[in-house]
Design a protein around this ligand. Structure first.
Ligand SMILES: N[C@@H](CCC(=O)N[C@@H](CS)C(=O)NCC(=O)O)C(=O)O
Length: 207
């Protein structure tokens, strides 16, 4: 496979796109980045991918993949073994999967809150639903804080769970700092701040 022709569609403002972009850099996989917005570039994106979902990864033969976790599963299979970000052994892999599952809910609930509170007209909003999303988001952040505390600090080498945790926290803090108070999640905030110092994170700024 000619990985030089991988194309990544989406904006870094999407945590799903950003986790993929950072992962690809860490895996040493070259890609062309096309910053297309699901809102501003809807028609252009739809002409390329009728699913209008980001991230979309276009392979060198034109085939498309969606969903960051599915794309990462594919990328893991083509990356050099020493560059893989998922632990291969059962126990550390299970631990990583548990953390990733929580971090993905942090992302998902934040995105749902964006749609509910920033996209939907105010008179059509349903406060009980927003409250439910808020509770789920807080619950997920609390679980993620617990996972970071269990791990105890930032590791020497970031794996997929570390990376996704850091991206999730940066995203929610960027969008809703008032909904999720950083003071309530000090370990998570510190973990994310450290990860953001890595060159691969710096190379993928939020847009
Ligand atoms: N589970 C997906 C979620 C991706 C996702 O929901 N992306 C948002 C942008 S942050 C999107 O494409 N929204 C457009 C839509 O859902 O119609 C993944 O991991 O890639």
């Amino acid at each position: 496979m000619n990985t030089e022709k991988l194309k990544l569609l989406g904006m870094m403002g999407s945590p799903f796109v950003r986790r993929l972009a950072i992962s690809m850099r860490m895996m040493g996989l070259d890609y062309e980045y096309r910053p297309l917005s699901i809102f501003r570039n809807y028609d252009e994106l739809r002409a390329i991918n009728p699913l209008v979902k980001v991230p979309t990864l276009i392979l060198d033969n034109g085939e498309m993949l969606v969903d960051s976790s599915l794309i990462l599963e594919f990328l893991e299979s083509i990356s050099l073994p020493e560059k893989r970000l998922m632990p291969q052994e059962t126990v550390p892999k299970l631990s990583a999967l548990r953390t990733i599952g929580i971090a993905l809910i942090v992302m998902e609930k934040t995105v749902q809150l964006i749609y509910e509170t920033l996209q939907r007209p105010e008179d059509l909003q349903h406060p009980p639903w927003i409250e439910r999303l808020q509770q789920q988001l807080e619950g997920a952040c609390l679980l993620l804080e617990g996972r970071v505390l269990e791990q105890g600090g930032t590791p020497q080498r970031l794996n997929q769970a570390d990376l996704t945790t850091a991206v999730a926290w940066r995203f929610v803090q960027n969008v809703f700092p008032e909904r999720v108070d950083a003071n309530d999640y000090p370990a998570l905030a510190a973990f994310s701040a450290q990860a953001e110092q890595w060159p691969e994170f710096i190379a993928c700024p939020l847009d």
